[in-house]
Structures are given as structure tokens and as C-alpha cells.
Design a protein around this ligand. Structure first.
Ligand SMILES: [Zn+2]
Length: 392
């Protein structure tokens, strides 16, 4: 493993070249989660973490300020540090890095502008170019090469195609800049289709169909995590290649708009696609585990495996470094999706708080619950490789 202690933007002088924030710790911000594994189980889990290709299908692997009262100002600076140290201890081989996502507010208060997205991508590429541990993956071969070299691969992704406005060629530009996964729509409708927060989802538009076709031709993975149900069904049918729902859960387990209904999950599986199970605070709850933890997350996993088949499920935890609940509060005006009113509030999702612990704990949980080595290898990265081989 090549990590040599690099920290983001250390090629500049803090204070002189940019405003530096006191950042949240990348390691042990919260107490380690105890799965109660036996010594043998813990050793087997560590071996599987080491031997498997481990890919997070959705995270925001950046470090937020320790004090999020300044969060909007931090977002305006457009300089989000990548958690090199935290990631180097995670066992991950690759992460779908969805950058600042909906909080990318550099020139705009509302996010998803073309300029802001390009700024965000360019800033990440500039930072990554100054070190040797993290690399940008543009092909499946890049993913294998990074793992073989002890590097961590980032796959650049965006949660919404909104920044392309009505310009289909911007899909080519995003591809050129390295983006390999793109959400059709984020919560509120755009020119491509309906978002999950809309009372009426009119489905994929004519322009949306052209965009799906272009993404197929480019070899860019399509993400439906924040799309409405009808738009999701339309996009699954329109796409000639399997599509992704990178971070969500099952509405049959927890009835919110952010979760996906059975008919969408079945159609996704039948088309050869892949679901990443979500773990952002207060998202993937379950009646059996209404206080959010890895146990609630795994209730969605087991349900979806039963419904879709184990080859169509992986994990897209959607986590970051810092206080995710405070991030939700600081940027609440940007998320649009309604919150479940009766949810028990937690400070974080125990066991899946950050990218360093997520997959270690997921593998531990799967070991504890009797999954075979080959099944574990599939759901922590093997399934993703299969779909990317058909998509990119
Ligand atoms: Zn999201």
C-alpha cells in the first residue's frame, strides 16, 4: 500500500493560498462498532477484506469541517479535502466518489450548476495529481491495476445530470473529464425526467431518452437513486446496458420515497443491473431496527437479496468524514426529499459511519451470519465488476 501521508492541497500554503478549516478526524471520530465476532470470524473477515476486490458503489469520501455551522461558507470555497488517511485504512480498492454532490455550491446557493460541477471535478483531479496513492479509474482495467499496485481507485460520479441543462454533448464532456457514473435526476425534476420528491413523475422525457442513449454509447453508468419510480422504470427499459441504483433500499422494508418499490427493484435485477444498499443517517431504517445501525441496513440487504438475487446487490453506503447529520442540517434546503416524521434520531448510523469502517463491518456481519466466501466477494465488489464490464 502506497499511502505516504499526503493530505489534500498540501502543495499549497494554508492561510495564504486558501482558507483552511479545522477538519473532522478521519479516524475514530466515533467509537469502533463491536459486531461480537469470535476470533476465528474476525480473522476470516480480515482475510476476505484483504483478498476481495472491495468497491463502494456510492460515497462522498471527503472530510467536512469539525464545525458545520460554517458549512455553507466551506461549500462556497469549492475545495473539498479527500480523506486519504481514512481511506488508506479502509480495505477499499475503489470508491465511487460522488464529490460534493448536492452540497456543491460554489457560485450558486442551489447546487448542480455546470460551472460548480466542473470546478469540483477539476479541484479533485488537481489534488489527486499531487500524490501517488489515489488514482482515477476510467476503465475496469484501471480498477484491477490500482488494486495490484496497492492504490485506491476513485470512480468519478455525479448524482444528477441536471448540470448538462439541454446540452446533450455535455455528457461527452463529463466523460472526457473522467465521469463514469451519472444520476439521471436528483429529487426534483429536470429536463431528463422526474425526481423522487415530485408528487407526479411524468417519466423519462424525450430528452431523457436521448441522454440515456448517449450515456450507453459513451459507456457511462446510469444511476437512478434519486429518480422517481416511473422515470426509473422508463430508464431501465430504455437503456441497452444494465443500470445502477447506487444508493437506496427497499420501500417494502421502510416506506419512504427514498426507498425503491419491489417492481423497480425486480426490473433492475431482470435487466442485469445492480443496487447499492444505502446507509446515510435516518435512511435505511427497518421495523425490526428502527434505531439506525448496520442491523437496519442489513435488513434491507437481506430483503433485496431475497427479492433480486444476490448477484444484483452490493453496498453504496453514501457516507463521508465528519458529522453527516450536521451536514444534513446545514444543507437541508438543498435536499428536497421529505423526512420520515417519526424516525428515532441518532447521531450517526452505528457500524456504518464512514468509509473506513463500512466494508470491514459489512464483511464481519456477513461472516457472522453464515454467508460463503464467494457470496461475500460478490456483494462487496464482484457484482460491481460484472456490471461495469457490461456498462463501461
Ligand atoms: Zn444521494
Amino acid at each position: 500500500m502506497r499511502y505516504d501521508g499526503y493530505t489534500s492541497f498540501s502543495y499549497l500554503t494554508p492561510g495564504r493560498d486558501y482558507r483552511a478549516y479545522d477538519l473532522a478526524p478521519e479516524l475514530n471520530r466515533v467509537a469502533p462498532y463491536d459486531l461480537g465476532l469470535s476470533e476465528d470470524q474476525a480473522a476470516r473477515a480480515e482475510r476476505l477484506l484483504r483478498e476481495s476486490m472491495v468497491i463502494s458503489l456510492h460515497d462522498h469520501p471527503q472530510v467536512y469541517p469539525a464545525d458545520l455551522r460554517d458549512g455553507v461558507d466551506y461549500a462556497h470555497r469549492g475545495r473539498t479535502p479527500l480523506a486519504y488517511l481514512g481511506l488508506s485504512r479502509s480495505g477499499l480498492d475503489a470508491v465511487f466518489d460522488n464529490l460534493a454532490g448536492p452540497t456543491g455550491c460554489i457560485t450558486s446557493h442551489y447546487g448542480w450548476t455546470w460551472t460548480d460541477v466542473l470546478h469540483d471535478i477539476g479541484m479533485r483531479l488537481a489534488d489527486v495529481a499531487h500524490q501517488d496513492y489515489v488514482t482515477i479509474a476510467r476503465t475496469v482495467a484501471d480498477l484491477h491495476a490500482a488494486r495490484a499496485d496497492g492504490r485506491l481507485a476513485l470512480v468519478l460520479g455525479l448524482e444528477a445530470a441536471t448540470p448538462i441543462e439541454n446540452n446533450i454533448d455535455r455528457l461527452d464532456l463529463l466523460y472526457g473529464f473522467g465521469v463514469r457514473q451519472l444520476g439521471v435526476v436528483y429529487n426534483e425534476a429536470n429536463l431528463l425526467g422526474g425526481g423522487l420528491a415530485e408528487p407526479r413523475d411524468g417519466g423519462l422525457t424525450r430528452f431523457g431518452r436521448r441522454a440515456v442513449e448517449r450515456m450507453n454509447k459513451l459507456g457511462m453508468a446510469i444511476d437512478l437513486s434519486h429518480a422517481g419510480d416511473r422515470t426509473s422504470m422508463d430508464a431501465i427499459a430504455a437503456s441497452e446496458r444494465p443500470v445502477l441504483i447506487t444508493h437506496a433500499g427497499a420501500r417494502a422494508v421502510w416506506p419512504t420515497e427514498r426507498m425503491k418499490p419491489d417492481h423497480v427493484l425486480r426490473a433492475l435485477a431482470e435487466s442485469g443491473g445492480l443496487l447499492g444498499i444505502e446507509a446515510a443517517p435516518h435512511s435505511t431504517l427497518s421495523p425490526a431496527h428502527p434505531r439506525h445501525s448496520i442491523e437496519s441496513v442489513m435488513d434491507h440487504f437481506t430483503y433485496c437479496v431475497e427479492l433480486m438475487g444476490i448477484e444484483h446487490v452490493t453496498f453504496g453506503p453514501d457516507t463521508l468524514y465528519g458529522d453527516h447529520v450536521a451536514v444534513h442540517h446545514a444543507f437541508a434546503h438543498l435536499f428536497a426529499a421529505s423526512k420520515h416524521p417519526t424516525v428515532e434520531r441518532v447521531p450517526y448510523c452505528a457500524g456504518m459511519e464512514n468509509p473506513t469502517e463500512n466494508f470491514r463491518n459489512v464483511i464481519g456481519w456477513l461472516v457472522k451470519h453464515g454467508y460463503r466466501d464467494d457470496e461475500i466477494a460478490m456483494v462487496v465488489g464482484g457484482n460491481t465488476l460484472r456490471v461495469l464490464n457490461q456498462t463501461w
